[in-house]
Design a protein around this ligand. Structure first.
Ligand code: URA
Length: 236
């Protein structure tokens, strides 16, 4: 791979920045200043550093975002800001996309990746990857309604949901829901089937990933090695 392309695909530098840094002797390959930005390197073997920092080659990127309300789960949208606009602009070259969707007014854990195979497997209906949501509703829920929720409900379009777990807080207007599928507006429509209405929704886990308590709304970070291993294991 060309050195300037490598620096671009790792979101280290644009191609023109890479050219300038090479001319200034700030890009080392195997400890030696690179002479040309178009030199060929082997990303899996050659140690590259850019302005004193090692550049790590990764086959895929996995980013955990704490989604705020007001952003749509898409890579592009003509009218609304997308979750990808919360990342630095240089990340656009990575080809990241949201793994699954959250509604515009849903907050919380969102995985962004460029790993299509893993995303496809995690989202496959056959795999039943668990997703947990903290919710609030307009009217207190009864135990009978929770029992119907746990058995699975018929939505307005006739779709029969799979059993979903629900744990209520004492006042009956909030709690945690666990889904093993991800139909469009699923929780909102399940609550509508119970003549109730979701007033807030936050995803707190996706498979083995949990929303970190210290990650502010709108902030993101790369998965830790342990999280990445657990995610790839869940997708096997
Ligand atoms: N269910 C919904 O209704 N909305 C979401 O964003 C996620 C699950």
């Amino acid at each position: 791979m060309r050195l300037d392309k490598f620096l671009a695909v790792t979101a280290t530098a644009t191609r023109s920045e890479a050219g300038r840094a090479v001319r200034a002797g700030q890009v080392l390959v195997g400890g030696v200043p690179a002479k040309r930005a178009d030199m060929q390197i082997d990303p899996t073997r050659d140690a590259v550093s850019y302005r004193g920092e090692p550049v790590l080659y990764r086959e895929h990127y996995y980013i955990l975002l704490n989604k705020p309300t007001g952003y749509v789960s898409a890579t592009e949208d003509g009218r609304e800001p997308t979750v990808l606009t919360l990342l630095p602009p240089k990340y656009t070259v990575l080809g990241l996309f949201p793994c699954g969707r959250l509604d515009k007014n849903t907050e919380g854990l969102m995985l962004l990746t460029d790993d299509g195979d893993t995303a496809h497997r995690l989202l496959s209906p056959r795999r039943h990857v668990e997703k947990r949501y903290r919710f609030t509703v307009k009217f207190p829920l009864t135990e009978e309604e929770c029992a119907r929720f746990r058995e699975g409900l018929t939505l307005e379009d006739g779709y029969e949901t799979k059993p979903a777990d629900i744990v209520l807080d004492a006042a009956g207007k909030s709690g945690v829901i666990t889904l093993v599928e991800g139909k469009y507006h699923q929780i909102k429509r399940m609550m509508q089937a119970l003549h109730n209405q979701i007033t807030s929704l936050e995803r707190i886990s996706f498979g083995p990933l949990t929303l970190p308590a210290d990650l502010p709304r709108g902030a993101w970070r790369a998965l830790t090695k342990e999280e990445e291993t657990a995610l790839l294991e869940a997708a096997k």
